[in-house]
Write a protein that binds this ligand. Structure first.
Ligand code: THG
Length: 266
C-alpha cells in the first residue's frame, strides 16, 4: 500500500499561516514526521489564491525537499503552478490531479508524459462531481484514452473514484465501492487511490468511520491512499487489513510496526 501523507495542505489553517509567514521550520517538521511515519509520497497543496499559488507551491517544494528525500505529490489544478513545481523537484513527482476536463488534460498530461510522472486521475468529467457510478466510469474512460494517447503507461496512473461524505447520502459508500470495482475490472494495471477522510465529513467521531472505510476499500483493491500518516489507529487498521488479505508476507510489516511501538492500546 502506498501512502500519500496529506498534512501539507494550505486549506488547513495552521499550514495556511505557515505559508503566509514563510515558516520553514513548521513545514519541515510536518514533512519529517510524515516521512518517518512511513509515507511513500508527500502531498503538497498550497491551497492559495491562483495569483499566489505558483510561488507558494515552489516555496513549499523547496522547503520540504531540504528536510526529506521522499518524492512529492503535487496537488494543484493549475498547470502553471504544476509546471513550475516540476522544475524544482529532486525526484520524479506524482501529479494530483487530472480529470476529464479538457483544460486540465491539455495543460497537465504533456507534462506527465514528458517527465515520466505518476498522475492521479479523478473520476469526473467537468467541474461537478458526478452523482452516479456510470458517469464516473465514463469520465475515467475519457481520461484513460487521453492518457494512453499521450503515451502515459497505465501503471503510472492512479484513479481516484472520488469520496463524498456519507452524511449527506447514505449510498455514498456503496457508490465509491461500486466505482472502485468497475475501474479495477476495466483497467487492471492502474492503481487506485482516494482521499479517505471526506467519507466522514459532518459526522462525529470521524476516525472510526475512516478506519472502517479504509479496511473495506483495501479489500476492494485500493492500493494507495491520501491520509494522515500520523493517525496510528488508522495505520493499525491498515496493517491488520493487509495482513488478513494475505498481503503481508510472514506478517513482517505488522510485527515490525508492533516492535516500533505504534500500537498504543496493547
Ligand atoms: N483526492 C485527491 N486529492 C485530494 C483529495 C482527494 N487532495 C486534498 C484532499 N482530498 C486530501 N487531503 C486532505 C488534507 C487535510 C485534511 C483532509 C484531507 C484535513 N482535514 C481536517 C478535517 O477534515 O477535519 C481539518 C483541516 C484542518 O486541520 O484545519 O486535515 O479526495 N486526489
Amino acid at each position: 500500500m502506498e501512502i500519500i501523507g496529506e498534512k501539507i495542505n494550505g486549506t488547513r489553517s495552521s499550514v495556511k499561516k505557515a505559508i503566509a509567514d514563510r515558516d520553514e521550520a513548521f513545514i519541515q517538521n510536518l514533512a519529517c514526521k510524515q516521512a518517518e511515519a512511513g509515507s511513500t509520497w508527500l502531498d503538497i497543496n498550497a491551497g492559495t489564491h491562483p495569483s499566489r499559488e505558483k510561488e507558494d507551491l515552489v516555496w513549499l517544494v523547496k522547503t520540504v525537499q531540504s528536510a526529506v528525500d521522499i518524492p512529492l505529490c503535487l496537488d494543484s489544478t493549475n498547470p502553471d503552478a504544476i509546471a513550475a513545481a516540476i522544475k524544482t523537484v529532486n525526484k520524479t513527482p506524482m501529479i494530483n490531479s487530472i480529470s476529464g476536463e479538457d483544460d486540465r488534460l491539455k495543460g497537465i498530461l504533456p507534462l506527465v508524459a514528458e517527465h515520466g510522472c505518476r498522475v492521479i486521475a479523478l473520476a469526473m468529467g467537468g467541474r461537478r462531481m458526478p452523482e452516479t457510478c456510470e458517469e464516473r466510469i465514463e469520465a475515467v474512460h475519457k481520461v484513460m484514452d487521453a492518457a494512453r494517447n499521450a503515451g502515459v503507461p497505465d501503471r503510472h496512473i492512479y484513479v481516484d473514484p472520488l469520496v463524498m461524505t456519507i452524511s449527506t447520502n447514505i449510498q455514498n459508500g456503496i457508490l465509491f465501492f461500486d466505482t472502485l470495482r468497475a475501474i479495477h475490472a476495466a483497467y487492471p494495471e492502474v492503481h487506485l487511490t482516494a482521499g479517505l477522510s471526506n467519507i466522514s465529513f459532518g459526522l462525529p467521531a470521524r476516525s472510526y468511520i475512516n478506519r472502517a472505510f479504509l479496511t473495506l476499500a483495501v479489500k476492494e483493491g485500493l492500493d494507495c491512499a491520501i491520509l494522515d500518516p500520523l493517525d496510528q489507529e488508522l495505520k493499525a487498521a491498515l496493517l491488520s487489513a493487509e495482513l488478513l488479505l494475505g498481503r503481508d508476507l510472514h506478517c513482517l510489516h505488522y510485527t515490525r510496526a508492533y516492535r516500533a511501538g505504534i500500537f498504543t492500546h496493547v
